[in-house]
Design a binder for this molecule. Structure first.
Ligand SMILES: [Zn+2]
Length: 199
């Protein structure tokens, strides 16, 4: 539709989550219009994040080194793991100040429609942590929607025979929503009121 570089930009923007063709076009023309310095700041931020930030080798949180700040914190309780879908869910749980253990980021949830099964998630890595880290409780803190519940049920069945306590955050969170949209008080209560999951 447009000359080379402009169309390239529109195509790249259109690949971002939640950005349709119309928005991609609007953002591209916005970037053409703003001062060069402003547009390059965005380019630099993308470049920096890809150069300097990677995944924590232990929990798959975002990290600027081989281990994230939470895993490296000696004050945290290493026997309790909170399993979440995405690194942004860690931020939501941290804001409650109700949890002092460590995390494990699955990097998604089971979703047959999108073709995401346990093999696409960090499930094997979760199981591999249990014994070496002396984990006694796993809190399933996946989102209160269909994919999150299915993932929690799958993990509960997997974890139960391994002799760890398996709990799920209490209901009371808005069903169908994402953890990141729950307010701190509600999520804090859901954590506090977590229940043992039967296999
Ligand atoms: Zn970590």
């Amino acid at each position: 539709m447009y000359a080379g570089p402009v169309q390239d930009l529109i195509n790249e923007l259109g690949r971002l989550p939640g950005v349709g063709p119309k928005s991609a076009q609007r953002i591209a023309f916005y970037l053409l219009k703003v001062p060069k310095e402003d547009a390059l700041r965005l380019a630099r931020a993308v470049h920096e994040v890809k150069e300097r930030v990677s995944m924590c080798a232990r929990c798959f949180n975002v990290s600027e080194g081989p281990e994230c700040g939470i895993c490296a914190d000696s004050q945290r309780d290493t026997t309790v793991l909170c399993v979440v879908e995405e690194p942004r869910d860690i931020v939501a749980v941290e804001k409650t100040h109700e949890f002092r253990g460590r995390y494990h980021v699955l990097q998604g949830a089971i979703s047959p429609i999108e073709g995401i099964g346990p093999d696409q998630l960090k499930v094997r890595e979760l199981l591999a942590r249990l014994e070496p880290e002396g984990i006694t409780e796993v809190i399933l803190c996946t989102n209160p929607n269909i994919e999150g519940e299915a993932t929690a049920m799958y993990l509960a069945r997997l974890l139960h025979p391994l002799g760890v306590r398996v709990t799920r955050i209490a209901s009371g969170l808005p069903v169908g929503g994402d953890l990141e949209y729950a307010d701190e008080l509600t999520l804090g209560r859901a954590l506090e009121g977590r229940r043992d999951v039967e296999a």
